[in-house]
Ligand binder design. Sequence first.
Ligand code: AR6
Length: 165
Amino acid sequence: MPTPHAVRGDITQARVAAVVNAANRAMRGGGGVDGAIHRAGGPAVLRDCVERFPHGLATGDAGWTTAGEMPARWVIHTVGPNYSAGERDRDLLASCYRRSLEVAEEIGARTLAFPLVSAGIYGWPKGDAVACAVETISASTADVDEVTLVAFDDATLALVEQHLR
Ligand code: AR6
């Protein structure tokens, strides 16, 4: 598995086969990167979510939909633990990366871009969220070519780069 690399930017514009969404268990959209993905992808993303995930998705799990009008072909939705609400099991956060990579392999998505799952609205401390992402992606044996960690601002990019060194 290649070591992930870091870029700063808006994940909805990433030129990859699959972008990962930090969703919630209901899988019907939300704020943060989830809101941005649904806005950029258009109604096809929600339509697919309703069809494919009638009962939502469990924390730590992942599943795919099409990406609608985004450059990517698929969205891999994953549900991170809500640290602010007391969900602090780090293995559940690691599971988001593991399961997303497994789903990528299943659908044949060779390149993917991750946001920092749980590190926004769900309040996971950013340094540890970055460490968990880098460790878990690096340890994965999923058959994919390239993994990008997308930082939304310069400070986060610096943090990710520090962990990759
Ligand atoms: N591109 C890349 N990264 C982004 C973007 C973007 N367009 N927008 C935000 N981020 P969050 P969570 C970063 O809050 O903590 C939603 O309501 C952001 O700066 O999107 O897992 C869902 O529906 C942060 O570093 O996800 C859930 O209810 C990271 O993406 C809940 O929020 C994740 O922040 C999930 O919360």
